[in-house]
Design a protein around this ligand. Structure first.
Ligand SMILES: Cc1cc2nc3c(=O)[nH]c(=O)nc-3n(C[C@H](O)[C@H](O)[C@H](O)COP(=O)(O)OP(=O)(O)OC[C@H]3O[C@@H](n4cnc5c(N)ncnc54)[C@H](O)[C@@H]3O)c2cc1C
Length: 428
């Protein structure tokens, strides 16, 4: 058995690490110069940035376990905060330091900016979801579910910011079931499951670079700047045509993002329907606006939401990673910001920070990173392809493949591990 993994993002590297741990020969092909895919470190003017600020949750067990397995130190690599949602001057919810589910119930009861009636409605909703084990008989939009449970003012203060950041999809389209899956695992488990983990190291260093070193130590290979141009199924193998030459493998895990996976699969007759399904998955953008202020500038919290602004969440990279004065503004999902030039968007975010927080300093530089196909749009009743394909020795990994989670690092990692286990026979 020898395996090729196409794509050195979190899904591909999770698959390769799991295989390498069992001493199965594995070769990773990554088209970019660096590993990480949609979660990667980026340099700008000698400053280390990420392509987008990522948040992990305490319940992301598979990702955290693999980071630790490949040499990470979860305590040092992350700033761990109890679940808190702060919309500047409007709303604040902080999980209490109590065992679950009291941490959340008390958090809701003591939240600032909510009427008494809204607090009760939030608790009733959580209790109703708990009773139904966070399972709907039929998927619907998150907005429809929240209306059914009379969430009123909670919709814009609590659920909309939560849904946009978790699913990267507007409430009116978002899958209520996937939102409930995230709530089940993060809010209904132990208190630690709901913790927010903000990386202190860049996203390539956090797992992909460590995974590559681990894979090599266990006898595997990782090729960067090595695009896979074609897959050619043979009677007893798959040929992988890459920038470094053509190789034969017993199995291939295709862990490229949807557009690239569809391009690779489309020319193979058995894959034409699957390729079409992958290519037509709806996508959503995420924009990150980095503003480098003078080093003395800091936010009141490491992470802060803005209400009724284009900027949805602000991250203080000084408090997170010692990059003083560097603020990252995150704008998830589709919106009017897509009509602005990067210059106009940076100007707008600077103005919002001035108006909302009184920070009048002028940024020394700005950098906008627009990930136009950041994630699939996690819509209600969306049919996602499974990891199995018409050929038994070609499997699909990636955040977009069918699973409980929206497009997240954990969803990507779980999909990679699933493929590896299928191949090693641990999964029936
Ligand atoms: C801005 C932004 C913010 C996000 N925020 C969060 C967050 O807060 N929390 C969270 O959990 N998730 C977040 N996500 C989602 C998360 O980043 C993705 O779900 C995850 O990185 C997807 O990993 P993947 O391995 O499935 O795909 P990818 O990361 O896209 O990896 C695919 C890899 O395949 C390579 N490739 C493609 N074609 C070929 C080819 N022909 N040959 C060789 N290699 C190829 C690509 O270069 C890429 O490296 C965010 C995403 C973005 C973009």
């Amino acid at each position: 058995m020898n395996l090729a993994v196409i794509g050195g993002g979190y899904a591909g590297l999770a698959a390769a690490t799991t295989l390498a741990a069992q001493h199965i020969p594995v070769t990773v092909f990554e088209s970019a110069q660096q590993l990480g895919g949609r979660a990667r470190g980026v340099w700008h003017k000698q400053t280390q940035l990420d392509n987008g600020q990522h948040i992990l949750l305490g319940c992301y067990r598979h990702t955290l376990q693999l980071i630790a397995q490949t040499g990470g130190n979860i305590q040092a690599d992350f700033l761990r905060l109890p679940l808190q949602l702060t919309l500047h001057n409007i709303f604040e919810l902080k999980a209490a330091r109590l065992p679950a589910p009291l941490h959340l119930l008390l958090g809701i009861l003591t939240a600032q900016g909510l009427s008494f009636g809204a607090r009760l409605q939030a608790i009733r909703f959580m209790q109703a979801m708990r009773r139904s084990r966070f399972q709907l008989a039929q998927d619907m939009t998150a907005l429809a579910l929240l209306k059914e449970h009379k969430q009123g003012e909670l919709v814009r203060l609590l659920w909309e910011p939560l849904c946009i950041s978790a699913l990267n999809t507007p409430l009116a389209q978002a899958s209520a079931q996937v939102l409930l899956n995230v709530m089940r695992d993060s809010l209904n488990g132990s208190r630690a499951d709901s913790d927010m983990l903000l990386p202190r190291v860049n996203l390539s260093a956090l797992f992909p670079d460590r995974a590559a070193a681990y894979i090599k130590r266990h006898g595997g290979s990782v090729f960067t700047s090595c695009v896979v141009e074609a897959l050619i199924p043979q009677a007893d193998a798959i040929e992988v045509v890459s920038a470094r030459g053509t190789y034969r493998f017993s199995h291939v895990i295709c862990a490229a993002a949807p557009a690239a996976a569809a391009r690779l699969l489309r020319p193979i007759p058995q894959f034409s329907i699957l390729a079409e399904q992958i290519a037509t998955l709806p996508q959503q953008p995420i924009y990150t606006v980095y503003l480098q202020y003078p080093q003395t500038v800091r936010l009141p919290h490491p992470m802060l939401g803005l209400h009724d602004c284009v900027s949805q969440w602000l991250f203080d990279k000084g408090q997170l990673a010692g990059q003083h004065g560097l603020i990252a503004a995150v704008i998830s999902a589709q919106g009017i910001h897509q009509d602005l030039t990067h210059e106009q968007l940076a100007h707008k975010v600077t103005r919002e920070i001035h108006m909302q927080l009184g920070i009048a300093a002028i940024p020394l530089w700005h950098q906008v990173i627009a990930e136009k196909r950041a994630t699939f749009s996690c819509e209600s009743d969306l049919v996602r392809p499974t990891y199995l394909t018409p050929l038994a020795n070609v499997l699909l990994a990636g955040d977009y493949t069918a699973g409980d989670y929206p497009a997240t690092l954990e969803g990507a990692v779980i999909s990679g591990i699933r493929c590896a286990k299928r191949i090693t026979g641990d999964l029936s």
